[in-house]
Write a protein that binds this ligand. Structure first.
Ligand code: ADP
Ligand code: MG
Length: 224
């Protein structure tokens, strides 16, 4: 399957608008949730209704939480960071979920050029989004390999290679579109947000897929 260059045009419309809406909805939502819990505590005869309302509320909250990551376009804080330090933290954050699914995450450093000018928290968010998708695609466990390398044009390249279900040609075209998901409980926002963040770092994301897994290549400018 051919590699797909995720283009930035897909992002701009959804991004800014959705972030504004997310802000406006979140506060009233929090208040409603609070009062629902009070009512439930007093009267649990209609328990299933409360359970449904509660789980739908949680879903809205999850979606808004993801959209809010986009809401501070000018608040990016770029600093010189070592990629190894970033991945040490990302691995610590993702390992519990990986181990629970019988998955090993291995990170290898193929280059000693490792310094990036980046917003550390946003980059971590991207790497976690990518790794979570890999874990969710690997129903039988296995290994996720992350290779940190340098390209011929002297950029940093991070390759995420998983042994998951892969992505069909048709779905590959739709990835990164807001709300595109193949998962029952997916939001379809993770990769759109990741693309937005990498774009702000002057980088690119390529996704390619075979039956035996998916490869995601993130390319970012190096710095001294
Ligand atoms: P979500 O994870 O909420 O579905 P994403 O934007 O993170 O949203 O991913 C969109 C879709 O891309 C997923 O639903 C899945 O179909 C596909 N996808 C992304 N990464 C992978 C992967 N590593 N393996 C297989 N499919 C993937
Ligand atoms: Mg995801």
């Amino acid at each position: 399957t051919e590699a797909l260059l995720l283009q930035s045009e897909k992002l701009s419309v959804a991004g800014q608008l959705a972030a504004g809406i997310a802000h406006e909805i979140r506060n009233p939502l929090t208040a409603i949730k609070g009062f629902l819990q009070l009512i439930e505590a007093e009267q649990d005869t209609q328990k299933t209704y409360f359970d449904i309302i509660n789980s739908e509320m949680n879903r809205i909250e999850l979606i808004l939480g993801e959209l809010l990551i986009l809401s501070k376009p000018h608040a990016l804080k770029f600093e010189k960071k070592n990629i190894k330090q970033i991945f040490d933290q990302v691995k610590a954050l993702i390992d519990t979920q990986a181990i629970m699914n019988n998955i090993e995450v291995e990170i290898t450093y193929l280059s000693n050029l490792q310094t990036l000018l980046c917003d550390e928290n946003q980059l971590k968010q991207v790497f976690i989004n990518i790794l979570k998708n890999s874990i969710e695609a690997m129903h039988n466990g296995g290994k996720i390999t992350v290779e940190v390398d340098t390209t011929e044009s002297n950029q940093m390249q991070i390759r995420f290679i998983d042994q998951g279900c892969g992505i069909t040609e048709e779905n590959l075209q739709r990835i990164g579109q807001p709300f595109f998901t193949t998962k029952e409980k997916g939001t379809g926002l993770g990769l759109m947000i990741s693309m937005k963040i990498i774009e702000k770092h002057n980088g690119t994301i390529h996704i390619s897929s075979e039956n035996n897994g998916t490869k995601i290549e993130v390319t970012l400018p190096l710095t001294r």
